[in-house]
Design a binder for this molecule. Structure first.
Ligand code: GLN
Length: 244
């Protein structure tokens, strides 16, 4: 299963957010520690989104993160107070291509999915009927994660982010017995995350917060998030509640 992270706090380099720490996201691409049986390495591309006053920008590549010199040469020169990033391990049968790499973005939103909807695409067909046909034609890639993003975008038009994510997980649970749905969403001001059959940890400091599939370093203070939880995090603060 892929790995993802979100950071909110004082300005940092986007490249630094991806590479700092003994278990940084880049290290987790080739030596993840807690994949829970879902794959071995995360070599099928990566992506990072960051926010500026103009909105959200993303850089994505279907190459492994360790093989892209832009991470050190370019992304270290870009700074932001908010970053959402992911490294990908493609689910069997899903294509390895840039458009399939998270984060998926739209105006102010960036989204990532760690996991799999078993039985995709048939399992998701029924719940996808919520998405207008024109919107369906914008599906970024034939993957469960891209389909989840279309559904979530539709829900975000009518509901606040927490409600939308809770509705999304409930809808998927109604059609798939044991989906792996660690979702991560941000508008650059807050991070919204779920745990459903996958790993997640949170680290809070006075003026920042980091949410990541695995702790990025050895600092004490990383809090492991139990299964079936919803996490709302802002700089200096996080709250964990039951998902259902
Ligand atoms: N199923 C998604 C994909 O193939 C996410 C993969 C993962 O979490 N390993 O892109």
């Amino acid at each position: 299963m892929c790995r993802h992270l979100g950071y909110l706090g004082p300005v940092r380099s986007v490249g630094g957010v991806l590479t700092e720490g003994v278990n940084s996201l880049r290290v987790q691409s080739w030596a993840p520690k807690d994949m829970r049986g879902g794959g071995t390495i995360n070599a099928d591309g990566f992506g990072a989104a960051w926010w500026t006053p103009a909105g959200v920008t993303a850089y994505r590549n279907a190459m492994p993160i360790w093989s892209d010199p832009a991470v050190d040469d370019v992304l270290t020169g870009i700074e932001s107070t908010a970053v959402l990033a992911a490294v990908r391990s493609a689910t069997v049968g899903m294509p390895v291509e840039r458009n399939a790499c998270a984060p998926f973005t739209d105006q102010t939103w960036a989204f990532s999915h760690n996991g799999v909807v078993f039985g995709w695409p048939h399992a998701m067909a029924e719940i996808m009927s919520e998405v207008p046909a024109a919107e369906m034609l914008t599906l970024a890639a034939p993957t469960d994660s891209a389909a989840l993003w279309l559904l979530l975008r539709t829900l975000l038009r009518r509901h606040d982010p927490e409600k939308a994510l809770r509705m999304l997980t409930a809808q998927v649970l109604s059609v798939c017995e044991r989906p792996r749905l660690n979702l991560l969403l941000s508008d650059g001001n807050a991070l919204y995350a779920t745990t459903l059959h996958h790993s997640l940890s949170v680290l809070r400091a006075d003026d920042s917060v980091t949410v990541a599939s695995e702790p990025l370093d050895d600092r004490r203070g990383w809090v492991g998030v139990d299964d079936r939880k919803f996490v709302l995090a802002r700089p200096g603060h996080f709250d964990i509640s039951d998902l259902d």
